[in-house]
Design a protein around this ligand. Structure first.
Ligand code: CDP
Length: 211
């Protein structure tokens, strides 16, 4: 039997990983996990409970008790939830508590698509295909601003750009599982690509890996 098709998609905030990962999963008929939702759920539960997000012990406790039904909450998709996620995601205990769930998803016989920050480096280094999606901070901030404006939120591009840069620094600078491309990842810079262009480039990279 051939190895299951497991595709790891990593990259910084607002690079377009989620949209791309969903389309790839649909194209190849694979189950999909947005691992950011796990960190978002821990961040939101901690924040709602009034826990200091820098308190590693309490955040870890929440991660250990996370129920996967929590992932359906639409509020997890919001901008603030992303910021809270990135703060709790620096704690090694939080990351450790979420590893087993991600690995059992990645290890399905049917194969899987997972997107996140450390899928190709830590969670599933044996993935058959790894794609690292990037775009300049300015392009990502523009996309995030437009997304929020479309939802009717009053937002300021310069503030979002500062947040994107701060989030990059926090995600890439943490000691455990920092954001970085695996040595064997295909680099996909979407700065000049729309979603159809990014999808085509990703499918070409997948086909090359499978050939
Ligand atoms: O795409 P966006 O960055 O807005 O959101 P996300 O992928 O849901 O990730 C939110 C935050 O969760 C990131 O900034 C990371 O700090 C953290 N995260 C992580 O550390 N590891 C993952 N596998 C996924 C998310």
């Amino acid at each position: 039997m051939s190895r299951p098709l497991t595709i790891a998609i990593d990259g910084p905030a607002a690079a377009g990983k989620g949209t791309l990962a969903k389309r790839i999963a649909a194209r190849y008929g694979l189950p999909y996990l947005d691992t950011g939702l796990l960190y978002r759920a821990v961040g939101k539960l901690a924040f709602d409970a009034g826990v200091d997000l820098d308190d590693a012990a309490r955040a870890t406790d929440i991660a250990k008790r996370l129920e996967f039904s929590h992932l359906d909450d639409p509020a997890l998709r919001g901008h603030e939830a992303g910021e809270h996620a990135s703060r709790v995601a620096v704690h090694p205990g939080v990351r450790a508590a979420l590893v087993d769930f991600q690995r059992s998803f990645a290890g399905q016989h049917a194969g899987a698509v997972l997107d996140g920050r450390d899928i190709g480096t830590v969670i599933w280094p044996q993935a058959r295909v790894k794609i690292f999606v990037t775009a300049s901070a300015e392009v990502r901030a523009r996309r995030r601003t437009d997304e929020l404006l479309a939802k009717g939120r009053a937002v300021d591009y310069d503030r979002i750009l500062a947040e994107v840069k701060a989030r990059d620094e926090r995600d890439a600078g943490r000691t455990v599982a920092p954001l970085k491309a695996a040595d064997d990842a295909h680099l996909l810079d979407t700065s000049e690509l729309d979603i159809d262009g990014a999808f085509r480039a990703a499918c070409e990279a997948i086909e090359r890996s499978l050939a």
